[in-house]
Design a protein around this ligand. Structure first.
Ligand code: MN
Length: 486
């Protein structure tokens, strides 16, 4: 893609970004206890003694979370580590009752991998994954219910997380945005995380530094914690990079620190000086044995893997003739891709794609519906395209039929039959209409014969109008010329 260079009066700069993404694992129960993971329940309902950090309580690893993590690792084209272990990360905070988080430190369950991102100019780029480990979530502190008190909800405490750490491979805000959308798409295909950033089930920490353009040094980075939308991640990168450049150009230095992105101002402000790994006094978790996975276990999960968005996109381009752009849009969401394939089965796939990308998505947007709630079924959309391909109806009439389908959910064949919308291809019937138009417009006929030949289009329009759009336009065109010219 076009390079993202920040140019000032004093020089050219480039941005270096890495992301750390916490993804809540889809699982009925928490990672070390049997409590429910349900989102939105009354506060402190889904809390076991383990989650509350009661003395003497022992964690038990939920193998469903391990299964989901391995599946995710495979989806990230990553190495699955057969040996991993849990560690305690010690810190004090009111929403962490035990005083430590059980996480993975030295030996994570997933090693290096990669994700391909698609950029707006049609190019793509590979982003490296450094590692992915599993850990428990903390509770939630609520500071805005009372001016004097904070409240703690432990329903989230102990929910399983996958923390995905990328390599510092991003060189533009757009690349980070494309990565988050692709990651979310992969996680949703796999069913391992719902990817809802606004509900906090996918939270992104953004590490930003800058360097003179063309240099390969890595300067001090700052981390923005828990940025909660793709748009805000891109904005945070842009504004944080500008802040660094201003500091450097004025002779200052950047300190490694944790900052907070303010969505209202778009600016970042300091939260605390960055802590280093030794601040957390990590040590191996004494209450859990190392996690050892067999080849059979990993191979079993490999067999469950479904076709992911990149492979599906490639197949749509190669076997169905879609453009890479259309294929990418249709593959981002699995429900959309499945709907498309069902609609296109046995019909003109490119035409079906065109209908989905235009009228169909516009209809869902307007009605604020998810594709699963679409009043127009995949089969009926396919049938509509078939009616156009077979010239039973014109493209223009098809839009009216689609309008009715989106109100009633009816089969297009039935609508065309009932409303008498079949295209007229009978030349005799069309000739009769043309003759009528010619007879009632002698002035225009005379003008045409005197050389204003572009009036032919006007006669075509009048004929189509009189036929209520049902006359086949190609036949009308041909017959109008014949009639006017003799
Ligand atoms: Mn973490």
């Amino acid at each position: 893609m076009a390079e993202y260079i920040i140019e000032t009066a004093k020089g050219k700069w480039e941005v270096v970004v890495g992301l750390e993404i916490h993804c809540q694992i889809i699982s009925q129960s928490k990672i070390f206890s049997g409590a429910s993971t349900e989102f939105g329940d009354d506060p402190n309902i889904n809390v076991s003694f383990v989650d509350a950090g009661m003395p003497g309580m022992l964690p038990t690893l939920n193998m469903q979370c391990v299964h989901q993590a391995v599946k995710t690792g495979l989806g990230l084209n990553a190495k699955i580590n057969k040996y991993s272990e849990f560690s305690r990360k010690n810190y004090f905070y009111a929403d962490l009752p035990s005083g430590y988080q059980i996480t993975q430190f030295r030996f994570p369950i997933v090693g290096e991998g990669s994700i391909r991102i698609d950029l707006s100019d049609g190019s793509s780029k590979i982003i490296g994954i450094e590692r992915m480990h599993i850990e428990q979530d903390a509770g939630k502190s609520i500071h805005d219910l009372s001016p004097h008190k904070s409240f703690i909800d432990l329903n989230r405490a102990g929910v399983g997380l996958m923390e995905i750490v990328t390599k510092p491979d991003f060189r533009a805000p757009e690349e980070a945005g494309a990565f988050l959308r692709k990651l979310r798409s992969i996680l949703r295909y796999l069913g391992t995380c719902d990817g809802n950033m606004d509900e906090g089930s996918m939270r992104c920490d953004v590490n930003v530094s800058v360097r003179p353009y063309g240099s390969d040094e890595l300067r001090t980075r700052c981390e923005m914690k828990n940025v909660n939308s793709v748009k805000f991640v891109m904005q945070a990168i842009e504004n944080e990079a500008k802040r660094h450049i201003e500091v450097y150009e004025n002779g200052g230095t950047i300190c490694q620190e944790t900052r907070q992105f303010d969505p209202v101002t778009g600016q970042t402000k300091v939260m605390r000086k960055k802590e280093f790994a030794h601040d957390y006094r990590y040590f191996p978790e004494p209450d859990l044995p190392p996690l050892v996975l067999s080849d059979e276990y990993i191979n079993q999960i490999k067999k469950e893997m479904i076709e992911l968005p990149d492979a599906k996109k490639q197949r749509f381009v190669e076997t169905l003739g879609l453009t890479p752009y259309d294929a990418a849009v249709l593959c981002e969401n699995k429900e959309v891709a499945d709907f498309f394939e069902k609609a296109a089965a046995g019909h003109d796939a490119k035409k079906v794609a065109n209908w989905m990308m235009s009228d169909f998505f516009a209809m869902l947007n307007k009605k604020k519906l998810d594709i699963r709630q679409s009043p127009v079924s995949a089969e009926n959309l396919g049938k509509l395209v078939e009616l156009i391909s077979k010239e039973v109806i014109s493209g223009k009439i098809a839009k009216d039929v689609f309008e009715i389908m989106s109100e009633t959910g009816d089969n297009p064949e039935k609508i065309v039959e009932e409303k008498g919308l079949k295209q007229v291809t009978d030349t005799g019937a069309i000739e009769a209409i043309i003759e009528q138009v010619i007879a009632s417009n002698p002035d225009n006929v005379a003008a045409y014969k005197n050389g204003k030949t572009n009036l032919a289009g006007w006669f075509v329009g009048q004929t189509l109008k009189m036929s209520q759009g049902k006359a086949n336009p190609a036949i009308v065109n041909k017959l109008v010329k014949e009639k006017l010219d003799n």
